[in-house]
Design a protein around this ligand. Structure first.
Ligand code: F3S
Length: 409
């Protein structure tokens, strides 16, 4: 990979060992993927914020970077970590575990990352614009910024995101390049004139599980998509498969027409998505079909203000049944906002537990004794049985409220 004189000097340690470490790793990755050069990035979003993901090696890596004088050179936000920094005692998290997470977080902030602990930075703290080059690694965020905003990032992995943030650069390959952003499979909506909130994660789950690394181009999409619905679609697709980008003809910025979305190429395949596919996919997302409920979880990806307002309205005059936990995950930023608006008190009064800085996917649900989760998130629906060891029922937000109030599916 070609390096400029300045980059060679960075690689040789002339601008400090911290930068040299980052450059050595980026140069190796660039060579591995056949990148011709490094390109500047506008921002990074890093996932090694969770001690559950990194264990002690995360602390060691950041200690090494701090010792070497590394600092991020572009805005870098952080994904949810493994605890709610204010509620971990109340949630019964082991003290030693919580302190290791706090130590990891301190080190991440020390090299200059922003303590957002949030998986939807694109909604407030780190909002890219069309065409921006990024190094992001939270999969729902990658799908959102590539598809809905038209910014450019591959699905990066833990630590490579931080190396890019330190160097302010990333090797130019994959979705950074025009030719790799073309749609490859056309998915036509057939006989579907309307999609409800809870249908978007189902569509995403279908795309993720059916299409592998392909880039779908959705044609004849019913009107009504909005940022919350599209974030739910991308999150489900990225969890159930490796969806990093999709086009919706007439809606997403690189798909004003089908021809534009395909970039002049012929699609590899054409699929139809009809009501039967919608229902059979929804069934695949549920491993629980009845019985008592012990956990209801929403806010995956982290809840937006609009989603919280809806939940407050749905809970008016109702209360979560004794013995059922109802959790809504969000960023601390959002928690403070809804605190000032009175929604936090309203949620708490109805028996809902607000969880910030983290989410269910970072929690030892099985060890805490939970057996069955009800959720409106396609990403939780995928991870609950595979990662967390609990049965799952996927439903609408209204279905979540009903299950929490009645205590049964
Ligand atoms: Fe975010 Fe956790 Fe879901 S990181 S996308 S709330 S699994």
């Amino acid at each position: 990979m070609y390096l400029t004189k300045e980059e060679e000097a960075m690689l040789d340690g002339e601008r400090g060992e911290g930068l040299a470490i980052a450059m050595r790793i980026l140069a190796k990755v660039g060579d591995m993927y056949g990148a011709e050069r490094l390109i500047p990035i506008e921002s990074a979003h890093i996932v090694e914020s969770s001690y559950q993901l990194t264990g002690d090696s995360g602390i060691e890596v950041f200690d090494r970077l701090i010792e070497a004088g590394a600092r991020v050179s572009v805005p870098a936000t952080t994904d949810p970590c493994a605890i709610d920094f204010e509620r971990w005692r109340e949630l019964g998290i082991d003290e030693g575990y919580a302190h290791r997470q706090i130590e990891l977080a301190r080190r991440i902030v020390r090299i200059g990352c922003a303590p957002t602990w949030c998986c939807t930075p694109y909604l407030h703290a780190n909002v890219p614009k069309f065409g921006d080059q990024l190094a992001w690694s939270e999969s729902n965020a990658v799908a959102y910024v590539n598809s809905v905003i038209g910014a450019r990032t591959n699905r990066y992995c833990a630590y490579l995101d931080t190396m890019a943030a330190i160097a302010g650069r990333i090797p130019e390959f994959g979705l950074h390049l025009d030719e790799n952003r073309k749609g490859t499979v056309v998915v036509r909506m057939k006989g579907i004139s309307e999609l409800r909130d809870e249908d978007y994660p189902v569509l995403g789950y279908y795309l993720g599980s059916e299409l592998g690394n392909e880039i779908p181009v959705i044609v004849d999409m019913p009107k009504g998509a909005n940022p919350d619905r599209l974030k739910a679609l991308g999150a489900a697709g990225a969890a159930a498969g490796s969806l990093a980008m999709y086009h919706i003809v007439g809606l997403t910025p690189e798909a004003r027409t089908l021809e534009e979305a395909l970039g002049g190429d012929k699609p590899k395949d054409r699929l139809e998505f009809d009501k039967r596919t919608l229902e059979s996919t929804r069934e695949r997302m549920c491993s629980a079909s009845g019985g008592e409920v012990d956990l209801v979880a929403t806010g995956c990806p982290h809840a937006s203000l609009g989603q919280i307002q809806r939940l407050v309205r749905l809970m008016e005059g109702r209360r979560v049944k004794d013995g059922v936990e109802f959790w809504v995950s969000m960023s601390k930023y959002m928690e403070r906002l809804i605190g000032e608006m009175g929604y936090l008190d309203a949620l708490t009064a109805s028996g809902i537990r607000v969880i910030s800085d983290t989410c269910c996917n970072n929690a030892p649900l099985r060890q805490w004794g939970f057996k069955r989760m009800v959720t409106d998130s396609g990403k939780y629906a995928y991870y609950a049985p595979t990662n967390l060891g609990v049965e799952v029922a996927f439903t609408s937000l209204e279905g979540c409220v009903r299950a929490a109030v009645e205590g049964v599916l």
